[in-house]
Design a protein around this ligand. Sequence first.
Ligand code: AMP
Ligand code: MG
Length: 345
Amino acid sequence: MPIGTDINHAAELLRKGEVVAIPTETVYGLAANAYNEAAVLKIFQAKQRPAFDPLIVHVHSLEQVQEVVSFQRLRRADTYRPTPAETTVTKRTLRGDDDTRKEAEALMAKFWPGPLTLVLPKSDRVPDLVTSGLDTVAVRMPAHPMALELLRSLDFPLAAPSANPFGYVSPTTAQHVADQLGEKIPYILDGGPCTVGVESTIIGWESDAEQWVLYRPGGTPVSEIEAVIGTVGQAKKSVLPASPGTLESHYAPRKPVFIGDVKSLLKEHTGQRTAVIAFTEKHEAWRTEVLSPKGNIAEAARRLFAALRSLDASEANVILAEIFPQEGLGAAINDRLRRASAKRS
Ligand code: AMP
Ligand code: MG
């Protein structure tokens, strides 16, 4: 099994254009040189990920952000100079694009390294394959010490989605990666179990709407982001998924999942082998995974994906899940459970 803790070996493989699974604080990622299109293509192949699903670019410094993000492009919309009359009626023309850059920098200063991904205009250095042809790029600085050490030893950033087959539950241990992708990738860098356990929160600047919008709730609570930049809007649903993290069915086990009031769900499924994902207390079910007996929502998030995987591998016929409190990481937990429960077409 190609699992180990050798950061130099991982770096060597990445320099040669290989893919390597790496630990981050959110989930394990499947990484490749973000500037090397052939290497990035291997990520899509290993994951069987559709090319319309863009990757997150991982950086180790604010200088490296400048390589992948083009704050200049925020200015494009701003080349039009409104007349004084127009300026007084439309507030949006008063907002300078420097404001967006400053807000992005304030978010980076406050939350990085950490589970927040920013979607910003991309630079020409980032191949279209990484962004699925979008003119924006998703960027983040991971907080895992091994991921940061690895990134610092390379002279390119790493494009990395979660290290799981497309649509399935994300991996939170090296063994989860090995279980599904072990045969397809040359190395898994083992950094222990992920400490956050759900993917990063993704927000982006939408220049048409002139506002920050949420693409995916995750490891950084939106309320904490809003404390820095004010209201964050909701991303519009579109036919072409600008953010497949927002696909209805995603992060899904193979077994059917139902989310709601577990007592009624258990009644509806009498006679079946029911497995329950619960916050603090056991249910009268065939099996219950209690995520945090003490009621700690961060602990529940950390344990969510391992619990889903273990119930999916069990003899249960059906997985039932409670609705978690919306505070803190609860929003991300409910989002993943809701999408795990969406009917696949
Ligand atoms: P994963 O790393 O597998 O959780 O997937 C990364 C997710 O980031 C994608 O599924 C998208 O939802 C989101 N993403 C990446 N790039 C962009 C972008 N340019 N605009 C909007 N969302 C993005
Ligand atoms: Mg994913």
